[in-house]
Design a protein around this ligand. Sequence first.
Ligand code: GLA
Length: 704
Amino acid sequence: MIETGGSGRLWLLSGPHSSYALHVTERDELLHLHWGRRIALADAEALAADPLPAERPFESALDGHEEYPVEGGPRFVRPALSVRSREVRGTEWCFEEYETAADPATGHELRLHFHDSLHHLDLTLHYRMRPGCDVVERWTTATHVPNGHRAPLELLRADAATWTLPHRDGWRMSQLHGRWGAESRLLRGPLTPGERVIGSRRGHTGHQHLPWFALDAGDAGEEHGEVWTGALAWSGSWRIAVAALPDGRVQATGGAGHDDAGLVRLDPGASYTSPVFAALWSGGGFGAASRAWHAYQRDHVVPGGRQPRPVLYNSWEATGFDVGEAQQRELARRAAAMGVELFVVDDGWFGDRVSDRAGLGDWTPNPDRFPNGLKPLSDEVHALGMQFGLWVEPEMVNPDSDLYRAHPDWVQHHPGRRSTEYRHQLVLNLARTDVREHLAERLDALLHSAPVDYLKWDFNRCFTDPGWPGERYPERLWTAHVEGLYELVDRLRAAHPGLAVESCSGGGGRVDLGILARTDQVWTSDNTDPLDRLHIQHGFSQLHPARVMAAWVTDSPSPMLNHRRSSLRFRFVSAMAGVLGVGGDLLDWSAEERAEAASWVALYKTIRPVVQQGDLYRLRPPDGGGLSAVQYVHGADTVVLAWLPAQAFGAPVPPLRLRGLDRDAAYRDVTTGVVQRGAVLAERGLRTTLAGDLDAAVFHLRRL
Ligand code: GLA
């Protein structure tokens, strides 16, 4: 809901639990008033009547109070907007007008229009509240208004938003950091004076940081306290700078691009739209903040976010590049017998792709491996009752490929400079229309040929040579590549309405709200070790729902990273916390193992609606090596997944105190039939029989 007050210069945005207020002063300063618990319009008007704190020596009265600090004038904070024309740098705006628009499906939007007459620049700040949500979505559009002159304007930086936090005595910041094989690990620590900058200079979201932050006054817990949290919807280079200012105020500014070295050049008539920076306040701790994020993504971000995701099989860890039709058919038969619903052929099916040295770019089946194309395999997979999926990495080429030989100029490169190869591959310049046209045509033909129901869309290296010969303003490649990627995926989805897409980038290198707006799930990490995964998944769940978190059961000992031995039970229960998949070498699994796996898959299908659509309660985090557990509540159903890495000192394993239950109701264990009272499950807790090393269990309770 958006209300307007203060003679058309004040706005109050409210969700079910929170409010966000701002106003434009008589001097056209756009000031922040409130972000937190719900307030009334009269409260916001009272806040607006309060003058800014008096000026202090060497400080700006505006710093820490503005909704969107621009470069120039009496400001010393990091600007969200930095504009340069031939002679003048910085922005000085007038407030022009506001508009509100309501749409029952997409929500309520507020647009604030400003104009800088010297730069002929129109600037619109957008605010949107989705129905039933506390998320505030913000973004910015900048337009160079035609003015009779031909000189362009340069946007060095145009952030999506600046978030202003209320006054508290101290602040703590949570972030999700990592690297390949160890993504999205939660780190929480004090915010000290200065700036904490997270981001990516890599051209993709990156494994190093998820574009997310959470701030609390040091007093929030999993289920209590105030939390302010934001996430950027962008899959290229990005930056979020969280500043603890000298007077104790905190602001977080973020958008596309890491540096301020140049974003886009706006010829008269041209405009730039920033990605969305979404944020929410929760009064119910980190757990409630996550649940609000999850519901927002399922309802308003992820296409078909309320539809269940199928159990998939992927042979990458089993076969590597050694892919063949007979072997894939046999894997498909075994997968189908286990209850798998989607069979995905990973890397190695196309071009000369028998290793990572060749073939990327040539998206036609390898004639030795699939002499009659992919259709016979796809037909068999469909006949087995499964969907058929394929791995692709459309943004890349190997220099040893027909595509590169035909179009060496299609890759990002600086003429005369050495090109860096990672994994023997180069990055295509998706900012170029001809490159996108070619890919759209190729992928379209591929999708029709088999037919294909699912694409695992990979991206296996960072940008290193972002050159674009012939382009007047090559800096725009950083954003235009990502916009090109979005356009390409959107176009394929529109042409193939049943198609599902998984975002992958060497595991979790491209996980963000921007890619999730056009994909169905993401590959969380190449690390499929079931114990490491608990940590990765714990971090991932701070922002994203189980509904998008792909997780596979692979071989033991795990061939990839830790060579850990673990039971099928432990591996399955770990992977059941997301969208379950199987990635082990089924040709090597015994009949007993496959039968056991089939029973886990069957169990997963019974709890899937609860896991994928339910409210998540993180009962015990995986740190510390002891018992950890998550709980999902969906209607009358509750599912608990619990893991014990190692029992120590003969200590009894503590009961799990459940949350989100109806205390006065009775709950029946669907498997054992045992009935327990809600209040008992909440107070004493659910007793598990976990013991020893790497034990795990699933509990499914239903309210009577
Ligand atoms: C990336 C992905 C893997 C696999 C390989 C194939 O590393 O994350 O899952 O698809 O590429 O080359």
